[in-house]
Design a protein around this ligand. Sequence first.
Ligand code: PBG
Length: 322
Amino acid sequence: MLRRPRRNRKSTVIREMVEETRLSVKDFIFPVFLIEGVNQKIPVASMPGIYRYSLDLLLEEVESCLKLGIKAFDIFPAYPEDKKDKWATESYQPDTFYLKAIHKIKSTFPEACVMTDVAMDPYSSDGHDGLVQNGKILNDETLEILGKMALAQARAGADILGPSDMMDGRVGYIRQVLDEHDFTEVSIMSYTAKYASAFYGPFRDALDSAPKMGDKKSYQMDPANYREALIEADLDAEEGADFLMVKPALAYLDVIRLLNDNYNLPIAAYNVSGEYAMIKAADEKGWLDGERAMLESLLSIKRAGANVILSYFAKEFALLSK
Ligand code: PBG
């Protein structure tokens, strides 16, 4: 035999030399949950190791991540029911705790990159990402609300806005609002191909943001569809997105590859709450080695073509790579 692929697997040194994909702490954005109050650190039952923090403790968490090399954070707020209404009005009140927290985190740690979420669900009494009328999700009326929310987040100091709502035209609409107010430097990471997925369950527990009625299938994509991701990506690229995101990650590695092959924009993938929960649950039961399963999953996301990975594993990965 002239060719023996096993020669390149014979030692750790050679295996590492020929490694095609390498993860780095620089690849990650760490999604974190914020609640109102002081000295609060409440575990998310379906996400072992993940907590909802009040701002004072979140600042400590951010500091410890920065020391480990995790420099980017996607911050999600959990609002009590009495702050929610049909129009997500709370989302753009300048003194709301989420916006004040963004400002505080940026002023305390200017080197941190802060991403925010643009969608109505945490503030909506209907639990939907858009405005609900007679059981329907209104598209263009939602854009106006998203525009106000995006502008408020830019004013609070966000570096990257993440529209996760899947309304048509929102990237262009938000870009225009930002530019009209001289926020030309604020980036947009669009949730380009966001699927109507079962894997968001634990996240909705963390935020108490599950839809009160119906599901999200009239705006999030059908898991059966692949080519349709190209339509969404075309629009987002034309409308000025700086990053294209695929979400969830593991069940959609083919879509990550598709967008990487067809667009020159950086590709992000969101390793979502359910993907995290599955590995944690199996690890707790002793059914698999959670650490190895985590590393293999994260590697597969990068190998599929994601330059940026949003993952609840970010800090654990950073601790391991110390
Ligand atoms: C909602 C939003 C969701 C996630 C991020 N933003 C849930 C949803 O669409 O219902 C999910 C993240 C995760 O599961 O980790 N705008």
